[in-house]
Write a protein that binds this ligand. Structure first.
Ligand code: FE
Ligand code: FE
Ligand code: FE
Length: 167
């Protein structure tokens, strides 16, 4: 679906396109998380990444369910935003020498990812409701809450230990 092809005509089309965008993003996140887990030194942070990898795998299945409810086959469209966020995360984390500072960098990068997802799932939930798809909205809202909880967890780890150790 190209930028100039005008394939998106209705809110329904836009909903499906955005679902394809987040489906691609979740796959990229699934690929990036093991590396972040590997790089993390703080045991709580390592554990948080591990937990969210499991959740991400579940979310991919849930998004597939939403495609199904909408009468579409799961399909990915490239999300330049998540590619940029992950590229930046890989750049910065390979440039940080100190392990404790690296943990702070990992949290910042991971929170950028979660914030992108919170943004997208918030929009998708609202559009699903608008389109009269309460079934899809409930699933998307469930994922949204999981992304928000992850953000809160990361914030907690940063404030309770990682930032202090990094300073
Ligand atoms: Fe996710
Ligand atoms: Fe995107
Ligand atoms: Fe997430």
């Amino acid at each position: 679906m190209g930028l100039f092809s005008k394939d998106i005509k209705t809110l329904d089309d836009l909903f499906v396109h955005t679902l394809q965008d987040i489906y691609y993003a979740e796959h990229q996140i699934k690929k990036a998380l093991p590396d972040m887990m590997e790089k993390a030194s703080d045991p709580q942070l390592k554990q948080a990444f591990k937990k969210h990898l499991g959740e991400t795998e579940e979310q991919i299945k849930l998004v597939e369910k939403v495609f199904g409810l909408h009468g579409h086959k799961p399909k990915e469209v490239t999300c330049p935003a998540i590619n940029g966020i992950i590229d930046e995360a890989q750049d910065i984390t390979s440039d940080v020498a100190d392990k404790k500072v690296l943990d702070a960098a990992l949290i910042a990068a991971a929170q950028a990812v979660e914030h992108y997802e919170i943004n997208r799932y918030g929009t998708l939930t609202a559009w699903a409701k608008q389109l009269g798809r309460e079934d899809s909205a409930a699933i998307l809202h469930q994922i949204l809450e999981q992304e928000k909880a992850t953000d809160v967890t990361l914030n907690g780890i940063a404030k309770s230990s990682v930032n202090t150790k990094a300073a």
